[in-house]
Design a protein around this ligand. Structure first.
Ligand code: GAP
Length: 569
């Protein structure tokens, strides 16, 4: 059965995974709070990433058929950095979306989202309904009385800003004139909407309508996505600072510090998990596009001659990470960027993408980008802001020939004391979003099936098939009944699990079937039940969330069994 985003959002709220930020005040767009179970799930996602990248990474990897040694280190850098970092990195000038504002209701829209928002817009649906019987093959068989009728009756309620609603006769006159002069005019819905939004075609040209109220939109303008703040008491230009829009720059500016303090040798990686902030114009799709989010980024510094191979290595290895943690291959793709899609610094990028339920069939949303950044970042922080010139990257200069934004002037080159070579390393960057990964794991885990309840009647069951390493609770302990020493025995097992570092819960209220369902819904992989046989024969039942299989185990070995299952999962 296809999953709907509404079901997933509702489960997240009902069971304490995710809440709207500041919900009691009506929420704030683009910000989210993780509830008691959500915080555990996200912590587990971060831990799985850190473990794979740093703690547990294999020191050797095979490159060109030969084992290569490399080290991985962690770092945690500040959210507010020296403003020059963002000038030199290009974010100050280039990190912008094209934005359009509605002249009528003043709402802002990302220019590249306007058409998709229009197709979901309430007023467009209402307008299209009046041609319902005359739309064939996506072409509108236009009827001016129907349009005018809609403009006078429904229009003022649903699209008060639309030119057709504000001034129906003038607006329709352009269309009538054009239809007379161009009998073959293609009147698909997009074109028709532009006519409906245009009051003074000769003066303004065609206008784009606002998805909310139909008002005309301004021409697209650049809008920088960095949040601004001020350091210190006085709000002057010198004190202006930015909340970081990516964690990556923290690694670049500390490249020398890590080399000098850790005796690492190229190739090696510096990884960081932390909050980033982007003032997204249209945050949407639950946590997918938020204004405050968490990134898991790693900068891998390598010799330029090996950078292509390391790029391939990280591209494949990062894709496999999502699969290992339970994302089905059918829902995951690795997509290479076309040349015109590449960021200003990138010489090659591939995205790991997931088929989120809020997308249409065959559509995928980005989870992570793996970019070959060349020497762009280290060079910029050394020399100053770079731009694309006729012979590749060059220093961006002002009219007087001075650098537009100066770099630090520090030598970022690496000296290899074995080969005696000095060079500027290339960087491969796998940049993942912790919130997007968490959302993808939740969406993938969501399942419904039919199971008999305590009375044998079939009921639908919602369960989260989370990988045991990601599940917020690993095991639940239940006494079958609240007497005959079962609660005491249950609590004893529960405490033993906790002291072994295993996330466990204990519950004794309600029918046993209901207690199982509650755990299934939050993705707990195993339940241990203490019953009459526990008291006489010293065994408990261990129930599996996915297969529903129940086996009996000696009570003395059950904690070790859970620890073993977690280890091998
Ligand atoms: N340092 C490179 C960089 O930041 P990016 O593709 O802009 O690259 C990396 O961001 C990842 O961060 C994305 O793949 C996505 O998972 C996450 N991300 C970016 N913007 C986001 C947003 N507005 N909300 C949630 N996650 C976001």
């Amino acid at each position: 059965m296809p999953k709907s985003m509404d079901q997933i959002v509702s489960l997240c709220k009902r069971r304490g995974f995710l809440f709207q930020s500041s919900e009691i005040y009506g929420g704030i767009n683009g910000f989210w709070d993780y509830g008691p179970l959500g915080v555990e799930l996200k912590r587990n996602v971060r831990a799985a990433w850190w473990n794979d990248m740093i703690t547990n990474h294999d020191e050797f990897s095979v490159l060109n058929g030969a084992p290569r040694e490399f080290q991985m280190t962690g770092i945690e850098t500040s959210i507010i950095m020296h403003p020059q970092v963002w000038k030199v990195s290009g974010h100050y000038d280039l990190f912008a979306d094209m934005m359009q504002t509605c002249r009528h209701c003043k709402k802002l829209f990302r220019a590249d989202h306007v058409w998709s928002m229009l197709s979901d817009s309430a007023w467009v649906k209402s307008f299209a309904e009046c041609f319902e019987k005359s739309v064939s093959d996506d072409r509108i068989i236009f009827s001016s009385p129907a349009a005018l009728n809609w403009a006078r009756r429904r229009g003022p309620k649903v699209a008060p800003g639309l030119a057709l609603v504000r001034n129906p006769e003038i607006t329709m006159s352009w269309l009538a004139e054009d239809l007379q002069n161009q009998p073959d005019l293609d009147l698909g819905l997009p074109k028709l909407l532009q006519y409906m939004a245009t009051e003074q075609k000769n003066i303004t040209g065609f206008q784009m309508p606002c998805p909310e109220c139909g008002g005309d939109l301004t021409e697209p303008r650049r809008f920088n996505l960095m949040f601004e703040t001020f350091t210190g008491a006085i709000q002057t230009e010198e004190n202006r600072a930015f909340l970081r829009p990516e964690t990556a720059q923290g690694m670049f500016v500390n490249f020398k510090n890590v080399v000098d303090s850790m005796s690492v040798r190229v190739p090696f990686g510096i990884a960081q998990i932390g909050k980033s902030f982007r003032n997204e114009i249209t945050p949407r799709n639950f946590t997918f596009r938020s204004r405050e989010f968490e990134q898991m980024e790693m900068e891998f510094f390598c010799h330029p001659s090996e950078s292509r191979q390391w790029y391939e290595y990280w591209r494949n290895r990062r894709f496999a990470w999502y699969q290992k943690l339970g994302i089905a291959s059918d829902n995951l793709i690795l997509r290479d960027h076309a040349q015109d899609e590449l960021s200003h610094y990138s010489v090659g990028t591939a995205d790991v993408e997931y088929a989120f339920p809020f997308l249409g069939p065959g559509e995928y949303g980005e989870l992570e980008g793996i970019a070959h950044r060349g020497d762009f970042d280290l060079r910029s922080h050394m020399e100053g802001k770079l731009c694309k010139g006729p012979n590749g990257l060059e220093l961006e200069k002002l009219a007087d020939g001075s650098p537009k934004y100066k770099g630090s002037g520090k030598d970022m080159n690496y000296f290899d004391d074995q080969s005696r070579e000095k060079f500027l390393p290339h960087v491969i960057e796998p940049a993942a979003g912790a919130d997007r990964a968490t959302l993808a794991f939740l969406c993938e885990a969501y399942h419904e099936d039919q199971q008999p309840d305590d009375k044998g009647e079939m009921q639908s069951r919602v369960y989260l098939k989370l990988h045991p390493k990601l599940a917020p609770v690993k095991v639940a302990v239940f006494p079958l009944i609240k007497k005959e020493g079962m609660p005491e025995k249950g609590l004893e097992i529960y405490r033993e699990l906790k002291s072994a570092g295993i996330a466990a819960v204990y519950a004794q209220q309600g029918a046993i079937g209901k207690r199982y369902r509650r755990q299934d819904e939050i993705g707990t992989p195993w339940c241990i039940t203490v019953d009459g046989d526990t008291m006489t024969a010293g065994t408990v039942t261990l129930r599996d969330r996915d297969s529903l299989e129940q086996i009996r185990l000696p009570v003395t070995g059950v904690v070790d069994e859970i620890a073993r299952r977690l280890r091998v999962s």
